[in-house]
Write a new protein. Structure first.
Length: 373
């Protein structure tokens, strides 16, 4: 064992003195290597521990050994191992057998499939933990190329922040479903989030261009059944119907919707009516948000049907109208019927467009209505 007593006595034979000096020089040359610690100790001395294969140094007080680096590994290998165990700036070791859900970390770590609750693929991942007694983590998975967020308050569940590195980011996993919610805004009540229209509904339509839907109608027991392919109406919608014969034309409220191609309305009359042509008179919509159709009865007299009903009928209404063809005329939009106010419903609202000069109802080319629910 290349260890020695560094106190060499001068009162001895020359050969014994030379032997002690050589032993001391060999101990220095081999860093006091041995399977046990040297017996002659001093502050800051080194020891190559052949049992653990680590080089150790004595502290300033000459009371303990500090492990410094391995004897049998190069620097790059040792740094990789340190990153695996202690991370970068970490305060607690993370070994392959540790539980990723419970170990409190404060640094950047590389974990392997041997780490309990590591579900991020078959290779290594990088983990950034907030520390301070929690395990909130931002995890970059190299194997499946995903970025995850783990929240302690949510019992360690994972949210995918980005589907695949290099792809366009997605928020579907963080927000309510975007499917079928195009053009809507995110709202919150302080606890949950949902999608809503702001404003609730808008429509720009041409009051001079028809967009009628033609079908057939039958009547029995004061109920008229309208058969019209893909009519899109819901219970409570307002429709204006004209009939070839047998049933009086007029405004009707949709009573029931048996299927996508038929609906019923209340129609007084004891006589049974065989199938006759029925026309739902409508005006052409240029652009709309949450508006299904704009039925028309007479010039300038419309209803606006909402695709999705309003939460209540206490909504605010704005309207404007003008005629761009020929003489440029301005219109006045009034939300009433037959010169009397008609309360809006959750399914539709009536509107009259009048010539602002003559006060007569008139169809104009550009009509806009906005509903704030």
């Amino acid at each position: 064992m290349p260890q020695a007593n560094y106190s060499v006595s001068a009162s001895q034979s020359g050969s014994a003195y030379a032997s002690d000096i050589n032993d001391a020089l060999l101990a220095i040359q081999t860093n006091n290597s041995g399977s046990t610690a040297p017996s002659d100790l001093d502050a800051f001395m080194g020891w190559a521990d052949t049992t653990t294969n680590f080089f150790k140094t004595r502290d300033a007080g000459n009371t303990t050994w500090y492990t410094q680096f391995p004897l049998n590994k190069n620097l790059s290998t040792y740094i990789n191992e340190l990153m695996l165990v202690y991370g970068l700036g970490g305060t607690a070791p993370l070994k392959s057998g540790d539980d990723l859900n419970s170990v409190d970390q404060t640094g950047l770590y590389r974990i392997t499939t041997g780490t309990t609750n590591n579900t991020y693929g078959n290779g290594s991942v990088l983990v950034i933990n907030r520390g301070s007694g929690v395990v909130d983590q931002l995890i970059l998975s190299i194997t499946d190329s995903k970025l995850y967020l783990r929240n302690t308050a949510n019992n360690g569940s994972l949210w995918t922040l980005k589907a695949t590195m290099g792809d366009a980011p997605t928020l579907n996993s963080l927000l309510p479903s975007q499917t079928g919610n195009s053009g809507k805004f995110l709202t919150t009540n302080g606890t949950n989030t949902s999608w809503a229209n702001v404003p609730f509904a808008t429509v720009n339509f041409d009051g001079t261009t028809a967009s009628n839907l033609v079908g057939t109608a039958t009547r029995a027991s004061n109920v008229a059944t309208i058969n019209a392919t893909a009519h899109g109406h819901i219970v409570g919608h307002r429709v204006y119907l004209t009939f070839a014969s047998g049933i009086t034309n007029g405004w009707f409220d949709v009573a029931t919707v048996p299927n996508a191609n038929s609906f019923t309305v209340a129609s007084t009359g004891a006589d049974v009516v065989s199938p006759v042509v029925a026309t739902l008179t409508r005006r052409s919509i240029r652009k709309a948000l949450n508006v299904h159709s704009v039925p028309i009865a007479l010039a300038g007299a419309y209803a606006v049907n909402f695709t999705t009903p309003a939460p209540d009928a206490n909504y605010a209404l704005l309207g404007s109208a003008q005629n761009r063809s020929g003489t440029d005329l301005l219109g006045l939009v009034q939300f009433h019927w037959n010169n009397a106010f008609v309360a809006p419903t959750v399914n539709y609202v009536h509107a009259i467009v009048r010539n602002s000069s003559t006060a007569f109802a008139q169809d104009m080319t550009d009509n806009s209505i906005v509903v704030f629910a």
